[in-house]
Design a protein around this ligand. Structure first.
Ligand code: PLP
Length: 269
């Protein structure tokens, strides 16, 4: 059963001079697949377009990318996740991008572990990572392939924690694999993505559909001040956080409704 398509072909290998491998010159997105459908495709398509624009890639053929994804999903029996990776392909050695890059499209399949899915109801604990994310307004928000801060941070997270909080300077930027939200004075506060971080698809959905979700800057004082906390990513949607070090949080009564609304709108195109 095909688990990977490279440029639409049933392959698992890539040219060793691909710029994604040499320089991290590319970006990716991870999509939840349920009942044979890619959830929230429009949010992913929008992020693919924005990422390509921000990294000065040529305009991508989104229909072709969607066709790759559907081709791979059609070969699967279960629910799971698709990772789409787009790189600037191979070319002459050196950082300077080729004028007309031959883009690589890699679509790969993975299953999702069911024990983690129950966390969506019961809540999770988070750690605080010493490793900071990198400050770079030019890359802020893009899910680009340079993930070394997250690689180092993930090594600091103990097994009993679902994720770890990362900072940029004095400000919280998110989890190592999630966006984060703290509920305070009637608002869900989530970090601004103007200097670092990944502008996640679930975060975009929350900011565009919920009036009480606000992007702003805040530091670690929020751990003490907040009433509730949650994290999000496309695999799990919104996940309540019940513990961060010595801080404990109840599960917000809003989360079940948000999770339901998010699921109900997953297949709107
Ligand atoms: C660093 C980071 N932030 C945020 C997210 C959430 O993004 P999305 O909601 O698109 O899954 C991810 C997802 O993997 C991530 O790796």
């Amino acid at each position: 059963m095909a688990q990977t398509l490279v440029n639409g072909q049933d392959l698992t290998n890539l040219d060793i001079s691909d710029r994604g491998l040499l320089y991290g010159d590319g970006f990716f997105t991870t999509i939840r697949v349920r009942d044979g459908k890619a959830e929230h495709w429009l949010l992913h398509a929008e992020r693919i377009r924005l990422s390509a624009e921000k990294l000065h890639f040529p305009e991508l053929d989104i229909d072709q990318i969607k066709a790759d994804i559907e081709q791979l999903i059609a070969k699967q029996k279960n629910d799971g996740a698709i990772r789409l990776t787009i790189t600037r392909g191979s070319g002459v050695r050196g950082y300077k991008p080729p004028a007309n890059p031959d883009i690589s499209r890699i679509v790969s399949w993975s299953n999702i572990s069911s024990d983690k899915l129950s966390a969506v109801e019961t809540g999770v604990a988070l750690a605080l990572c010493d490793t900071h994310d990198s400050y770079n307004p030019a890359l802020a928000g893009v899910k680009h392939l340079n993930r070394l801060p997250q690689v180092l941070a993930s090594n600091e997270i103990p097994d009993e924690c679902f994720d770890g909080i990362m900072l940029v300077g004095q400000h919280i930027i998110g989890g190592s694999k999630t966006n984060i939200y703290f509920y305070q004075d009637g608002l869900w506060l989530t970090p601004e993505m103007d200097s670092a971080g990944v502008d996640g698809t679930v975060r975009r959905w929350l900011l565009s559909t919920q009036r009480n979700v606000k992007a702003t800057k805040f530091g670690l004082e929020v751990l003490h001040d907040a009433q509730y906390c949650m994290v999000s990513n496309a695999l799990y949607g919104m996940i309540p956080v019940t513990k961060i070090m010595q801080h404990r949080y109840d599960i917000s009564p809003d989360i079940a409704t948000l999770q339901q609304q998010y699921r109900d709108s997953a297949l709107i195109e």
